[in-house]
Design a protein around this ligand. Structure first.
Ligand code: NAD
Ligand code: DAU
Length: 352
């Protein structure tokens, strides 16, 4: 069995679904079910005894220790985090608690469990920490893409908290010998992403006839990766990554935000034209910039390709098309996540 944390969130739920589509090895899924956790993402596993869901907090070391002792997983994949940069600007506390203190408590519980395993199980055990390219800070316009050796320069409460968690994971390996792996990935997109992040927010707003808020001049650049490709990279690193190593994961697909939004508008116009026949580009609105907004991220995923043979399968075009199709076919999912928590957020951030 493996233990995933945060497996009811966007990437974690894809990981669990993909894992169980490929293997019969059970998954123990520990998730706090914050506003971002959604068991509807895992509805396809209802009644499937290979998926054991437990609501709980990675910061609850006693609960984690009990689960480890009871289920004896051979690996832990840590997705659990507060993940939205804008929310971290309004309220950093939850980010510090889950991303830093929570990761610390999880590491402590896992170390206790791992230390008591027989030698062969200890040698085979892995703790994989899922992290972000944002820990590296902002790139200049002509600088090469982030490699794993890049210094850490986090600029937001979110990225600072993820950077801290990466450092803890590294230290638990070097000091206590815990067999860890870390992945630092670029911007994911795909089905089941909460409509606070740029792509699902714009799909949601575009269909609802609302404005598409582009921060500042829209020329900030991000690297985009289809979520299924990220999950494949994590599986590969878990299977064959070198202990204590960091692997950057990215889509070789760097785009300015405005280009992302206009591409999305054109795709939606083609797949579901507006009733009045006008382009959704008309809905784009430039709004106040994000404080401390990083200008550019780009990932060099060459190490992962050279060492472990991983490459993304989706292009931005093909991944985005799949994503738009999914949101068009799953309006009920969007309606269900548009709970009070989401409406409160949109009201605070965008004055809606
Ligand atoms: P998400 O916000 O969609 O999901 C996070 C999940 O973690 C939710 O299910 C939530 O309920 C759970 N959670 C939060 N606090 C918890 C706690 N204390 N204990 C247990 N569960 C808790 O996030 P996501 O986009 O799926 O990101 C998953 C991971 O991948 C995060 O660590 C994030 O930093 C990292 N990451 C995300 C992206 C991206 O583009 N979304 C890119 C690179 C890395
Ligand atoms: O780079 C990896 C990171 O990508 C992950 O670690 C984070 O968990 C994930 O949330 C994401 O962070 P970003 O801040 O890049 O994602 P977001 O979708 O919030 O924003 C993408 C870009 O679009 C960013 O430059 C800000 C901009 N943006 C975002 C929103 C929500 C807008 O212009 N308008 C918006 O309304």
């Amino acid at each position: 069995m493996i233990l995933t944390t945060g497996g009811a969130g966007f990437i974690g739920s894809h990981f669990v679904l993909d894992w169980l589509a490929r293997s019969d090895e059970p998954v123990l899924n520990l998730d706090k079910l914050t506003y971002a956790g959604n068991l509807e993402n895992l509805a396809g596993l209802r009644g499937d005894s290979r998926h054991v869901f437990v609501q709980g907090d990675i910061g609850n070391a006693a609960q984690v220790a009990r689960l480890l002792a009871e289920h004896r997983p051979r690996a832990v994949v840590n997705f659990a985090a507060e993940s939205h940069v804008d929310r971290s600007i309004y309220g950093p506390e939850d980010f510090i608690q889950t991303n830093i203190v929570g990761t610390f408590r999880l590491l402590e519980a896992v170390l206790g469990y791992w230390s008591g395993l027989p030698a062969a199980e200890q040698a085979a055990f892995r703790f994989l920490h899922v992290s972000t390219d944002e820990v590296y800070g902002s790139l200049g316009s002509t600088e090469p893409a982030f490699q794993e050796t890049r210094r850490y320069e986090p600029n937001s409460p979110y990225s600072a908290s993820k950077a801290a968690s990466d450092h803890l994971v590294r230290a638990w390996h070097h000091t206590y010998g815990l067999p860890v792996l870390t992945t630092n990935c670029s911007n994911n997109y795909g089905p089941y992403q909460f409509p606070e992040k740029l792509i699902p927010l714009c799909i949601h707003n575009a269909l609802a006839g609302k404005r598409l808020p582009v921060y500042g001049d829209g020329q900030q650049r991000r690297d985009w990766l289809y979520v299924g490709d990220h999950c494949a990279a994590i599986r590969r690193v878990l299977e064959a990554g070198r202990l204590g190593e960091v692997y950057n994961v990215g889509g070789w697909s760097e785009k300015a935000n405005l280009e992302v939004v206009t591409t999305l508008c054109d795709m939606l116009d083609a797949m579901r034209p507006r009733a009045d026949g006008c382009s959704r580009r008309e809905q784009i609105a430039f709004v106040a910039d994000r404080p401390g907004h990083d200008r550019r991220y780009a990932i060099d995923a060459g190490k992962l390709e050279r060492e472990l043979g991983w490459k993304p399968l989706e292009s931005f075009e093909s991944g985005l098309r799949k994503t738009v199709r999914w949101y068009l076919d799953n309006e009920a999912w969007v309606k269900h996540v548009s709970t009070g928590a989401y409406r409160d957020w949109a009201g605070k951030q965008y004055g809606e």
